[in-house]
Structure formats: C-alpha cells, structure tokens
Design a protein around this ligand. Structure first.
Ligand code: GLU
Length: 474
C-alpha cells in the first residue's frame, strides 16, 4: 500500500487526539508546515488514534479546528492511524516470515521477575530475549503471544538529528520491542513507522520527548530495509519559570489563546520565534517564514514562554489588520457582552473609528472594550471618573456653552470641529484644554478613549449632541 506523494519533501503532523491542540503541538505543526512549504513539498496530517480508549472525536475536532484557525492547512486526506491497523498487522507477518520478528510467550509473572532482577542489578528494565531463538513447538498452550522485533544485540543504533546532532545508543541497552500485543493489535511504535513510510514522509520533526522512541523506530526501519526519514527533535517549550510547560503555567491549548483575543498570525509568529531564529528578526509574517524556515536554526535549548512578548506581537498584528477584518473579529465579542446584535450604524461607526483604538489594543477583548465607546446607549452611561469630572460648575458651564454653539456646525469632520472648538475656547477666554477635557469626558464617558475630535467626527452630530445633553443633565 502506498499513500505517498511524489514530492521532494513530505512532512507530517501526527497528533494523538486525546485533548486540545497544546501550543507545543501547534509549534510542531507550524514547523512541519513551514519546512514543507519552504521546499514546495507537502504537509500531511495523521491522527494517531490507535489508543481508542483515550482518543475522542471531540479532540479530533478541536485539533482540526485549531489547525485551521492557525492557517496550517494540510495537504491530501487526513490519515487515521487506527483504520490502518490491519495493514500494520500484515506487515508484521512479513517480518515473522523473514525471521526478523518472533512470538514471545513470556507470562506477566516472568516479565515482572525480569524487571525485579534488573532493579536489583541496577540496570534499566528490559526483556531478556528468552523466546528469541526458541522453537515455536515449545509454545505453551492457551497463551496468546506478543510479537517482538529481533533487534541487533551488539553494536550501536545511531541517529543523525538535524537539531540534536549525532546520538548513539548501544544496542544491548535496547530490548526486543513489542510490535503486536497479545490481542493482535499493533503497537504505537510499529504504526508510526509503517505510516510514515507509506505516506512517503521524508522529514520527521517533533518534540524531543520522542527522541528515545526514534532509536526504537530506527530498528524497525532497519528490519523492513527502509531508509529512516530525516529527523529533527525540537526542544520542548518551557514556562517563564524555566520549568517544562505544564497546566500550572496557565491556558495551554491554541484555542485558549484564541479565547484570550490573540490573533493566529501573532501566535504563529510567536511560536516560530520560540525555538527558531532568523538573526534578530522578531516580526516574521507567514510568507517570510516560509521563505526563511529551515531546521538549521532551530535552537538546541528549550525556549521559555513569555506572555508579554506574545501580547506585543499581537498588538503589532492588530495594528496591521484592516478595519473591516477587525470589525468582524470583535463584533461577536461585543454582541455577547451587550447581549444584543449591533446596529448597522454602530458597526459603521466602529469600523470608521477603529484607527485610534487599534493603536492601543493588545488583544481583541481590549479592542472590543475600546470600541464600545461608539455604541449607542440610551441613556448614555458615564464611568465614575468622568462623571465626577463633569459634576463641577465650571465643567457644566463649559459643556453648556459648547452644546449651545456646536449645533450650527454643518461640516462635521475632525479638522472643522477642532478649529471650531479652538475658536469657542478663545471666545470664552478659556485655555483649549479647559474645553477639550470636559468635552472628551462627556462624549466618551470614560477615562480612556480616542481623541475627542476623532470621536465626535465618528459619532456624528446627533449622537455627540445627545451625549452632551446627557452630561448636562447629570
Ligand atoms: N502522536 C504523537 C504525539 O502526539 C506524535 C508522534 C510523532 O510525531 O511521531 O505526541
């Protein structure tokens, strides 16, 4: 069976669907995607659902959803590992017939005794090979055997890893691993090798927690007479405190970052820089990442996750995004908060007034919160600070004066408004700030808002007058 593509480079992402897409997994997917695209190759997706007890369709959906949110579209059909189990099994028959694998009838008690012995002798536990060369006629009755690989007993198994360099393990440290369990199901180690081979994978890139598996997998490749794909084992992500990233460090699924109002562009850029570098470049959009990515510049030591850095990249990508796109991202957030649909006029105002808001926002929630300054509220509610600011007699006098004089302004744009307000201040013998301050408090109703003329222009004359009137009635 061949699922392979005739392409120069084939990478794959092979998550086990037992939960959400962890950001470590998201980074692995991103690196594999970039490597494939850099070489005009294919990026394949394999769902490793062999552990049927722990795999769930919800987890598959969550992983697919996150990958699609991150813009990491895979090529070709998704390969579901479990559906290929009978093929994995068949391939073991081949090894058995060639004498490269054998049935092992060791009982659980015997295996426990081997472990106990190894413990006493202070060496790593392992199977002692007692059924390796035994005649099958000696097989005990009524026991379903496992199938083990006849691994080399001397020499070394060497991996050449693009990140970790060349690493060897003495073969006498590696016992005869199980290929098929006693119920006939293939082990993970076997399935991974056959699937990678059948999918034509040329480059395996994954977390370095899989490094030890690679020695085992290499032995399986050798038994089949196949060449092992190129390897890159990427150091895992650590938390800001230097410890391996865990639940303790906060939200860890890619979806959790989406919920925090992080843009996928920002998360991808952040994850890319977390473990890979291109000189001092920090802002690396997707097309640039595709052009530059190679396994050469993957760091050898674990990178620390830094939320502040992620937020500052997010702020950058928010500023870069066009206003309509931002509007469609914050609209659902605003509607949820307001518990109503936004009016078309509000959407228009927010989109028009997005520029000053996106200058300051670090995430979509902050942006949505800022954008609510443009929502029509009846009555208009002011925050405590501006309310207090407007409760003085001086402030009320200024507001009244402005209110009575701006309804005649016919050209309601930022420049005209500013000129008119300056003129009004002068006429009253007031410093400009004494007019602009209360005006901004009254019209925005908050302590932080876009500039007052920006705001007035975006809100339009009627809404501005309405808000002034509310402030006058305080
Ligand atoms: N399914 C494994 C995991 O989720 C990855 C296996 C691999 O990349 O070879 O960690």
């Amino acid at each position: 069976m061949s699922l392979s593509y005739n392409m120069s480079i084939v990478t794959r992402f092979a998550p086990s669907p037992t939960g959400f897409l962890h950001i470590g997994g998201a980074r692995t997917a991103l690196f594999n995607y970039l490597l494939a695209k850099n070489k005009g190759g294919k990026f394949l997706l394999r769902i490793e659902d062999t552990d049927q007890k722990r795999s769930t369709p919800e987890a598959v959906d969550a992983i697919l959803d996150s990958l699609s949110w991150l813009g990491l579209e895979h090529d070709g059909d998704i390969v579901y590992q479990f559906s290929r189990a009978s093929h994995h099994k068949e391939m073991v028959e081949k090894l058995l017939s060639e004498g490269k694998a054998y049935h092992c009838y060791a009982s659980p008690e015997e295996l426990e005794a081997m472990r106990e012995k190894a413990r006493n002798e202070k060496r790593p536990p392992g199977y002692d090979g007692r059924w390796r060369d035994r005649d099958p006629s000696e097989a005990p009755e009524g026991i379903n055997p496992v199938v083990r690989l006849k691994t080399p007993q001397s020499g070394v198994t060497t991996l050449k890893d693009d990140v970790q360099g060349e690493i060897s393990v003495a073969n006498d440290q590696l016992d005869d691993l199980i290929l098929l369990r006693s119920d006939g199901t293939p082990t993970y180690m076997l399935s991974v090798v056959i699937d990678d081979y059948d999918m034509g994978v040329t480059h395996i890139m994954r977390g370095d927690d899989h490094l030890t598996n690679s020695f085992r997998q290499k032995q399986i490749y050798q038994a089949f007479g196949w060449e092992m794909p190129k390897l890159s084992h990427v150091p895992l992500i650590h938390g800001a405190d230097g410890a391996k990233l865990s639940k303790r460090h906060g939200a860890l699924g890619a979806d959790a970052y989406r919920d925090m109002g992080i843009l996928p562009e920002a998360l991808c850029n952040y994850l890319l820089r977390l473990g890979w570098s291109h000189g001092d470049d920090e802002i690396i959009p997707r097309n640039q990442a595709i052009e530059w990515f190679s396994t050469k510049h993957i760091g050898k030591s674990p990178a620390r996750f830094d939320m502040e850095k992620l937020l500052s990249l997010n702020a950058h990508y928010l500023r870069e995004k066009n206003n309509d796109a931002l509007m469609s991202l914050i609209q659902p957030l605003m509607e949820k908060k307001q518990n109503r649909e936004l009016e078309r006029s509000e959407v228009e105002k927010i989109t028009k007034g997005m520029a000053p808001l996106k200058e300051r926002a670090k995430d979509l929630h902050i942006l949505a919160e800022g954008a609510s300054v443009y929502l029509t509220q009846n009555p208009f509610v002011l925050e405590d600070k501006p309310k207090k600011q407007l409760s003085t007699e001086d402030a009320q006098t200024v507001l009244k004066f402005v209110y009575e004089n701006i309804d005649i302004i016919s050209c309601w744009d930022q420049e005209t408004l500013e000129a008119a307000l300056r003129e009004l201040a002068e006429r009253q013998g007031l410093k400009f700030g004494k007019v602009a301050g209360p005006l901004r408090a009254a019209i925005s109703g908050r302590s932080v808002s876009p500039g007052v003329f920006d705001l007035m222009a975006t809100l339009g004359q009627k809404e501005t007058m309405d808000r002034l009137k509310s402030a006058l009635n305080l």
